[in-house]
Design a protein around this ligand. Sequence first.
Ligand SMILES: [Zn+2]
Length: 278
Amino acid sequence: MIEKVVLMCGAGHSGSTLLGLVLGSHSQAFYGGEMKKTNFLHNPKYPPRKRFCKFCGPDCPVWSDFRPGPGAWTHAELARKVGLPVVVDSSKDLDWINEHLGHAEKAGARAYLIYLQRDGRAVFNSRVRKGGKAPERLALDWKEKILQSNQLFEAYQGPKLRLRYEHFALQPHLTVERLCQFIGIPFEPAMLEFASFDHHPLGGNAGTQYLVARAQESPARFSLSKERKEYYDKNGSQIRLDLRWREELSPELLALFQSLAGAENQELAWDEDLPAQP
Ligand SMILES: [Zn+2]
């Protein structure tokens, strides 16, 4: 039976897939990925990457026959299916989060809200790299998402925590220990070895997931660009701070982001240098 649900808010490309995989490596927790994508399950109108488990594809033991009955709460059904009391969801969609905070309350489950925050310039760079939208639009989308996430986080009266991606990446052990304390589950050091566990997420960052697939010797499912694959191959599944934006973002794009969203990024800007290698 479900006891706890962990929901994440914030902008995409802020490390939520990594955080989900780490939390989902706890013996009491299951990471469902971006569970808003349960809306796409069994609907052939949507592309496979939106409606199948990112690791198993159509033959997933968790999602392939997952069909909550009418009126059932998705997260409670999932907890029952996998036999674990804690469900982790990295959807970040604000309407979805609000809806499921409400469901949790009705079901008597405790809902924990984590606001994952990352330097907007890094998020912007990831989105630009992914392409598909004009940089102006991406900067404005980021700003809008941050303003809305701030509102949601401030309004929520239950257990909540702000977590900086940069702290998580630089001090994973300490951060995850603190997170476990927050959620009220005993810290398990093996969680940091997230790539050695089985996961069944819907949606999420293919680069981070590639690390898991590679550790489990099934990397074929993820088609990353050559540069991206090289980056992940070089760094392995050790959690580390990703500051690629400092090399990749052109001065023009940086100036554009600063002019459109610099004020909102002021608190989030991470300008510290990396600690010296031990
Ligand atoms: Zn699966």
